[in-house]
Design a protein around this ligand. Structure first.
Ligand code: MG
Length: 296
């Protein structure tokens, strides 16, 4: 199943897909409001609201799909016509990104392979959805895109053991960890944090939607491809990640609580190269989809 946050006829709502069939899940929630008391506090729910209030996401979504199919109601919730996908998680989320989590990328940057995860934050105000423009900041000399598998947390996770870490995942999406490279390099040299070079507005395209865990049997065997104006810049596989997802969740959750809707961007493979105004960046991960943004 897939969860999206979409814009359709001027209204933003949660969409749920089983196969190719997308339904308006916000309307399902509102039509059965007696079964979702939390809607009183969140009358216009986002995907993050849904995650926060649905401890057993996969089972709950599956049960609703079955129930609506059996009663024939599913027809009335079907989304007809074109929708615009927005970022599946909204600004409230925490974004943690991995540095140098692919050997070849660490080496191309002139760095050694880390012996423990390097993670940093991106400001959640940098989030944009598919089709929204990446704005090249004034005064920056070099901007690079970075394709990454995004892990979206479904349940609060604090000091979770590695063996149970996968239970805390709601699903997967694509993250483009856009970086002001010259600024990042200068800041590293001066011992400053990476936050500002990673956090300009529009520097975190996410999407196109959240693919739930039932559709991704092995997140460590997904092909990642980043194209700029149709030309391949990065191509690798999540199998090449140095630190694997269960280890990362266990490691990060020892340092801070992970909340529903938080995103872990698992690092980028080699092939880093700059983008310019007018370029179109397309990030594709097998089993998830494509995230396309233009640079202006
Ligand atoms: Mg990155």
């Amino acid at each position: 199943m897939r969860l999206g946050y979409v814009l359709h006829n001027g209204r933003a709502f949660i969409a749920l897909a089983h196969g190719q069939q997308w339904i308006d899940f916000s309307r399902v929630l509102q039509s059965h409001a007696d079964q979702f008391p939390w809607l009183r506090l969140r009358p216009q729910p986002t995907v993050v609201d849904l995650l926060e209030n649905t401890p057993n996401l996969l089972r709950t979504m599956g049960e609703w799909f079955t129930r609506l199919t059996q009663t024939g109601e599913i027809e009335t919730y079907q989304i007809r016509g074109r929708v615009q996908f927005l970022a599946p998680v909204t600004r409230a989320a925490k974004i943690l990104a991995l540095g140098r989590n692919y050997r070849a990328h660490a080496e191309e940057g002139g760095y050694s392979v880390p012996d423990e995860p390097i993670f940093f934050a991106k400001a959640s105000s940098s989030i944009i959805g598919p089709g929204t423009d990446i704005v090249y900041p004034e005064g920056v000399q070099r901007v690079d895109p970075e394709i990454e598998l995004g892990v979206v947390i479904g349940q609060r996770a604090k000091s979770v053991p590695e063996e149970r870490a996968m239970e805390y995942i709601a699903g997967y999406t694509i993250v483009n960890d856009v970086t002001a490279r010259d600024m990042q390099r200068n800041d590293i040299q001066k011992g400053k944090p990476w936050l500002r070079s990673k956090s300009f507005d529009t520097f975190c395209p996410i999407g196109p939607y959240l693919v739930l865990t039932d559709e991704i049997s092995d997140p460590h065997n997904l092909e990642l491809t980043l194209r700029v104006n149709g030309e391949i810049r990065q191509r690798s596989n999540t199998a090449m990640c140095l630190f694997k997802i269960p280890y990362l969740i266990a490691y990060i959750s020892r340092h801070m609580t992970l909340e529903p809707g938080d995103v872990i961007a698992t690092g980028t493979p080699e092939g880093i190269a700059p983008i310019h105004r007018g370029d179109v960046v397309e990030c594709t991960i097998t089993g998830i989809g494509s995230l396309v943004n233009r640079v202006v």
